[in-house]
Design a protein around this ligand. Structure first.
Ligand SMILES: [Zn+2]
Length: 85
């Protein structure tokens, strides 16, 4: 069974659709049961979409910094709820 800490390591691959079928199913099953990870993935996905929307143009440093802050915040909130050890 996939644990919260396992999910953090593969979350971005999940969003990018780069997981194997089996990993993908594990993540989906975990997300069904775990509200914290749903929130985490939701934040990460929103940030990833923002980055992709801007990837065609010149990198916007201010935007990149905001996205980075948001991901960091989401990760910290997630760690607080799940423990980080
Ligand atoms: Zn979880």
């Amino acid at each position: 069974m996939l644990m919260c800490r396992d999910l953090a390591g593969i979350a971005s691959d999940y969003i990018d659709g780069e997981l194997t079928g089996r990993q993908n199913v594990s993540v989906k099953m975990h997300l069904m049961m775990c509200k914290d990870c749903r929130t985490f993935i939701g934040n990460l996905r929103a940030s990833t979409n923002l980055m992709k929307a801007h990837s065609s143009g010149k990198p916007d440093e201010e935007l990149m910094r905001r996205i980075d802050e948001r991901v960091t915040e989401a990760l910290q909130a997630w760690k607080k709820n799940n423990g980080d050890n």
